[in-house]
Write a protein that binds this ligand. Structure first.
Ligand SMILES: [Zn+2]
Ligand SMILES: [Zn+2]
Length: 362
């Protein structure tokens, strides 16, 4: 391209306001287009990141397969790793050009939810969303992304771009297990050992729980043990509720996380709770089955159920440290990497059953 000669590049390879980048756009289920758009510029309190790895999550998978409705054209990719190439006015000196970062939850710092330490509910939580012409989305399937500085998390130490891109899903498990208030040696059950279930296994182990995993797929149970699960239950051949009661002298589990959206999993979770047990609805369900609750039973046993969604700044900070400082090994969850131009191939691969995270390297 003659453009490169006409505009000599700075050290970061960027001339402000000049140049274009490639963006992977989902124009409908099963349809990907690589578009060329101007490289965005960071405004006040914003940061420009050169993206190096973006993992494909269930939102992108379900949008691509048509299982979940979405607004198209869509620029997916919300699990991102990259390097800071430009900072806008007002950004604190904590964030500097050249830093390795992950991208995540933004927060205004001034609303009721931010000031009370619950920034997932901040109106600016998803403010990092991009729009390129008629295309919108979290924007990870692109070479660059502008993001609010409040949602930029520097990675201490060193880790692979692939591992760093998994800070977002890890932070969601850090979030759920934080809200559960896990005690050392508490019994915690994870139902469903897909990538998100396994992230919860990792988070629960870091918090000191005895981790029990219930799943019907033998390969996933093996993976769960590899990632530290203490006991695995093959739900295809054993009754998970009876087995959890047996493992806990009849008490049941103090914590249960359903990492799959399934009416049957929810019923099992409710039935395996101990006195004061807490059940987390971690996954969304498509289609959704209503959850039946016996209020008297819940009252008499002081049990509870709540949902978790996404994560907060505190959770991202923890995930960034765990990954950067090598306190967790996420490599068993990483399946294969693709270039941005292979986005369609990567998405096809990601929706094949029994796979782990596919990574796009823009
Ligand atoms: Zn995700
Ligand atoms: Zn706020």
């Amino acid at each position: 391209m003659t453009q490169v000669e006409a505009n000599p590049r700075s050290e970061s390879g960027l001339v402000p306001g000049e140049g274009t980048m490639r963006v992977g756009v989902m124009t409908g289920p099963g349809a990907i287009e690589i578009r060329e758009v101007p490289i965005p510029q960071p405004g006040v309190n914003e940061v420009l990141v050169r993206l190096r790895a973006t993992a494909i999550c269930t939102w992108e998978q379900r949008s691509y397969s048509g299982q979940q409705e979405n607004k198209f054209p869509f620029v997916g990719g919300h699990e991102m790793a990259g390097e800071v190439v430009e900072v806008g006015p007002g950004v604190s000196s904590q964030i500097a050009v050249g830093q390795t970062v992950t991208i995540g939850s933004a927060a205004c710092g001034q609303c009721h939810w931010c000031r009370t330490g619950r920034d997932r509910a901040c109106p600016q939580h998803y403010s990092g969303s991009v729009s390129y012409g008629d295309a919108w989305g979290p924007g990870g399937f692109a070479e660059y992304k502008v993001h609010p500085a409040s949602g930029i998390y520097p990675i201490p130490g060193a880790a692979s771009w692939e591992a760093i891109s998994l800070a977002e899903p890890l932070s969601c498990a850090i979030h759920a297990t934080r809200l559960l208030e896990i005690g050392v040696a508490d019994d915690a059950v994870v139902i469903g050992a897909g990538v998100m279930g396994l992230m919860n296994v990792i988070a629960l182990k870091k918090r000191g729980a005895r981790v029990i995993v219930s799943e019907i797929d033998a390969d996933r149970l093996t993976k769960a043990r590899q990632l530290g699960a203490d006991v695995t239950i093959d739900a295809a051949s054993e009754d998970p509720v009876a087995r959890v009661r047996e493992l806990t002298e009849g008490r049941g589990a103090e914590h249960v996380i359903a990492a799959i959206g399934s009416g049957r999993a929810n019923e099992q979770a409710m039935a395996m709770l101990s006195e004061r047990g807490r059940f987390v609805l971690f996954a969304s369900a498509h289609p959704m089955t209503p959850l039946e609750i016996d209020p008297n039973h819940m009252h008499n046993h002081e049990t509870g159920v709540f949902g978790t969604l996404s994560s907060e700044q505190a959770d991202f900070e923890v995930a960034a440290r765990l990954i950067g400082l090598g306190q967790v090994d996420l490599s068993p969850l990483i399946q294969q990497s693709f270039s941005l131009t292979e986005l369609g191939v990567a998405l096809d691969a990601s929706i094949a059953p029994g796979t782990y995270r596919m990574i796009v390297k823009p």
